[in-house]
Design a protein around this ligand. Structure first.
Ligand SMILES: NC(=O)c1ccc[n+]([C@@H]2O[C@H](COP(=O)([O-])OP(=O)(O)OC[C@H]3O[C@@H](n4cnc5c(N)ncnc54)[C@H](O)[C@@H]3O)[C@@H](O)[C@H]2O)c1
Length: 293
């Protein structure tokens, strides 16, 4: 038996990932309620979603009527109580176990007993996040890729107590959205970030050690290995602040020295160089604002 999903909540909906996740759901015909603690950023994310859909219309990929229908199904709020109407809530808030566990507790209070909670965590344990909720059997890992509105892959991870019904419902929902799920165990970093966090840090350390410029490190990876995007360009897209949070979450669990925050990364975040979301990171993006940031 799987549960019927009609209304989907997204927490952290003003962030890099949350805004795109809400679009994925709304585009597939679900009513979405976007929740964030920052009202101004939430309003900006709403405008960016509309601009994204307008571009799809201009390119002939979306009918104007469908664009209006999608936007009409999306609402935004800073009141967690409004998530009470949701059959499933996907959290994409800061990568911090304490913050995520606290959100689970607040969601318990806001939502009905059978609402499913999905976590977009990149590196943290689904079982540990679920321990913040009184319904760990209804908590599941659902890791989207950036940018969520364009990338198809979702890593789906059950925690120790996740029920089969919850997992199957969430899995079926991702497919109904046109996404491509893969099942992984509840292990640090799942598939992608277990490989990417150390690799991306290695690229930062290469720049820090003066091996080559950021441009040339990325060029070597793209031309030499055939990657579409270099690791430093990718970190700019992820957000340097988010990369620090990933390291801080991933390193203590794995004790992999390659996962420890590179000093250059900390210094750049302290200087406000957060990547695309701030207009500058390893590269410059003046006037080229990041979706959802
Ligand atoms: N950036 C990426 O490339 C990427 C990719 C896949 C998954 N993720 C994961 O997605 C999650 C979010 O990452 P991000 O890069 O979008 O972060 P972000 O910093 O861009 O956005 C996080 C958003 O969460 C909001 N928020 C934080 N705490 C909150 C709370 N208690 N209640 C409501 N809103 C709250 C913030 O206001 C912000 O808008 C993390 O778990 C991260 O690991 C990130």
């Amino acid at each position: 038996m799987t549960k019927t999903i009609k209304t989907v909540g997204v927490c952290g909906a003003a962030g890099t990932m949350g805004a795109g996740i809400a679009l994925v759901a709304a585009r597939a015909g679900y009513r979405t309620i976007s929740f964030d603690m920052k009202a101004d950023a939430l309003e900006r994310a709403g405008k960016q979603s509309a601009a994204f859909l307008d571009k799809s219309v201009a390119r002939g990929k979306l009918e104007q009527a469908k664009r209006d229908e999608i936007l009409g199904a999306m609402s935004h709020t800073t009141d967690i109580g409004e998530l009470g109407a949701c059959d499933m809530v996907i959290e994409a808030i800061f990568e911090d176990l304490t913050v995520k566990r606290d959100l689970m507790k607040r969601l318990d209070g806001a939502c009905s007993d059978d609402t499913i909670f999905a976590s977009n965590t990149s590196t943290l344990s689904i079982t540990q996040i679920a321990s913040g909720s009184k319904r760990p059997e209804r908590v599941v890992g659902m890791h989207f890729c950036l940018p969520a509105q364009l990338m198809k892959l979702i890593e789906m991870s059950p925690g120790i107590l996740t029920s089969d019904e919850t997992f199957q419902t969430a899995w079926g929902w991702t497919k109904a959205c046109g996404q491509i799920p893969v099942k992984t165990q509840d292990k640090p970093g799942f598939i992608l970030n277990a490989l990417l966090v150390p690799f991306n840090n290695d690229a930062i350390r290469a720049v820090e050690a003066g091996v080559a410029s950021a441009e040339d490190v990325d060029k070597a990876i793209k031309v030499g290995l055939g990657y579409k995007m270099g690791p430093l360009e990718l970190i700019d897209l992820i957000g340097l602040d988010t990369q620090v949070r990933l390291c801080e979450a991933f390193y203590p669990i794995t004790l992999d020295p390659r996962a420890a925050t590179p000093p250059l990364l900390s210094r750049m975040v302290a200087a406000g160089l957060l990547g695309r979301k701030s207009g500058r990171g390893f590269f410059n993006y003046e006037g080229n604002a990041m979706f959802g940031a």
